[in-house]
Design a protein around this ligand. Structure first.
Ligand SMILES: Cc1cc2nc3c(=O)[nH]c(=O)nc-3n(C[C@H](O)[C@H](O)[C@H](O)COP(=O)(O)OP(=O)(O)OC[C@H]3O[C@@H](n4cnc5c(N)ncnc54)[C@H](O)[C@@H]3O)c2cc1C
Ligand code: FES
Length: 255
């Protein structure tokens, strides 16, 4: 898919908790057919410290309105600057970047697992699966009830299960402790979140011979395979997360 460098219009910036917000972007030209798992590199203007573009996943797409959404967690200077953007501002993107999640085989039982801002690419993936006749189970993990976001959106496309670290909603503990892993059987698991979480899910899937794809959130600079700062060790050698990923089958990763 051809990559573009384009200015897009911000048509909304909606805070959805004290640390998460959703930017809605309108394309002046027809937006491309995104694949679930792909991301954009956002230019953050205004400070030399945010000189490098920030990678952000495609969260949701509306082809009829020619818009798409980014779900962003405020982490540092770059994302903080993005949180201050308002309707009418312009955002410069390099996009669409990266590979994508693979589609399940017919009748496979599918689970999506997301933790924190790792839930971002799973809404678009879930909608894509739903459109293709797959109703996934979706397990979302948050620190506490106040951090739960987008529950209703995920609820529209699958069976949602929650885990919170303090037990204020759903089951208490990490997603990896959730009872779905004991009570339900899956053929394929898609996962995005902190590395420790993805590694635990990968270990579980390997032990049960479940197909598992994870979306890595390695630090990135160029986003197009030139700087090698996002390299990941795989059974196929060193690969760039930005062009060979961010989605990898866990059997390919040397974890
Ligand atoms: C392919 C990909 C998709 C991503 N999708 C999303 C998304 O949809 N929503 C979202 O909120 N975030 C996403 N991230 C993470 C996001 O890119 C970082 O949080 C962001 O670049 C931090 O920039 P900053 O200037 O705010 O923080 P910095 O000042 O650069 O860093 C603040 C803190 O965040 C950590 N950090 C920086 N970059 C990353 C990173 N790539 N991954 C994890 N931690 C990082 C730093 O180590 C530091 O502790 C994605 C990352 C990748 C690689
Ligand atoms: S970010 Fe530069 S090679 Fe991947």
């Amino acid at each position: 898919m051809a990559k573009r460098i384009e200015d897009l219009q911000i048509i909304g910036n909606k805070p959805i908790s004290n640390i998460f917000f959703i930017l809605e972007l309108f394309g002046n030209t027809k937006i491309p057919d995104f694949k679930p798992g792909q991301f954009v590199q956002v230019r953050v203007d205004g400070s030399p410290e945010t000189f490098l573009r920030r990678p952000i996943s495609i969260h949701d797409v509306d082809y009829d309105k020619n818009t798409f959404k980014l779900l962003i967690q405020t982490a540092g200077k770059g994302t903080k600057a993005l949180s201050r953007l308002i309707k009418g501002d312009v955002l410069n993107l390099v996009y669409p970047l990266g590979n994508s999640f693979s589609l399940p085989i017919i009748n496979e039982k599918v689970l999506l697992v997301g933790g924190g801002c790792g839930i971002a690419p799973l809404l678009f993936l879930g909608k894509y699966l739903h459109l293709n006749g797959v109703i996934p189970d979706i397990l979302l993990g948050f620190r506490n009830e106040a951090r739960i976001i987008e529950f209703e959106e995920y609820h529209k496309i699958g069976n949602v299960f929650l885990a919170t670290e303090d037990g204020s909603q759903g089951e208490k503990g990490f997603v990896t402790d959730h009872s779905v892993f004991l009570t339900r059987k899956y053929d394929r698991i898609y996962c995005c979140g902190p590395n420790s979480m993805m590694k635990a899910i990968a270990g579980y899937c390997k032990s049960k011979e479940i197909v598992c794809e994870v979306s890595l959130e390695n630090l990135m600079a160029c986003g197009i395979g030139a700087c090698l700062c996002c390299v990941v060790d795989t059974v196929k050698g060193n690969l760039c997360t930005c062009i060979d990923g961010p989605v990898f089958n866990v059997n390919d990763l040397r974890w």
